[in-house]
Design a protein around this ligand. Sequence first.
Ligand code: CUA
Length: 334
Amino acid sequence: MNGTTRARLVLCATLALVLGGCAWDAPMSTLVARSDFARAIVHVYAIVTWTTAIIGVGVFVALFLVLVRYRARRGDTGLPRQLRGHTALEIAWTIGPALALLIIAIPTIQIVFRTQSAATPSDALLVHVRGWQWWWEFRYPQLDVVTANELHLPVGRRVVLRLDGPDVIHSFWIPHLGGKRDAIPGRLNQITLTPEQLGEYWGQCAEFCGASHANMGMRAVVQAPAEFERWVAQQRAAPAEPSGPAAAGKAVFAGSACVGCHTIKGVSAGVLAPDLTHFGSRSMFGAGMWPTTPENVAEWVKDPQRLKPGVKMPTLGLTDEQAKAVAAYLVSLK
Ligand code: CUA
């Protein structure tokens, strides 16, 4: 190997490591565990990977030895000695795979039962997660808080997520916090987990649920307990009375079809679409599609149908001025 070749090899290996490293810690990597549930899954993943790797190496070594040892040699005539009904071998290759399955099955089943037990520990934070076409609703019954698409959780506290889908089947999935679980009409599925590290983690509906399935994202914001308490207090408080263009926007909102589907405490009580009482406190809207800026929100309320295929929100025929005012109002709802 000359110098240039060696340099190329080193470069390739470094690139592979660096690029591989990026993918490893991608926003929705399943290999990065930030909760006990996710850690348990990575643990099973490691067991499966090591078990199959060891079996793979064993098979290839045996294959290589057999190929070398029993290859046809010059002067060989006829078939070699044939083997039939070897009891020890038969038993070995029946027990072997059964053993491998057992090694994989025991921790898998343990974790499935541990993370979806129906019991709710008394110290757990309860969140009712509802998958709608095409957004996520998060209700905190113990705290009297309702929000959408942004799940706030305190670090280190056990949380019980109760999942259902009022319209069709969705699947709740925030990879850094653990595996997927379906949100099904007429049935409550459950996930129990404890977030272990501060951060913002991306999630996505993982079950095809119609035209904007791919536009059904969400985020989990794992906060220090004091910070979470502040968030709860903010969500429970009434938003400040708007002034200027935002006040005009409130009038447009209150006088239009918006009130039929959206709740803004003190203004409207619709339940079919996201609660907007603290819309401006959420950094993204449209189920994780855009940053909450006045420009983006104005464009959205003007023509949601164009921006999100199939969305249930109708185009209301607002003028540019009305759309801007409504956006100013919504963004002011901190
Ligand atoms: Cu909801 Cu896919």
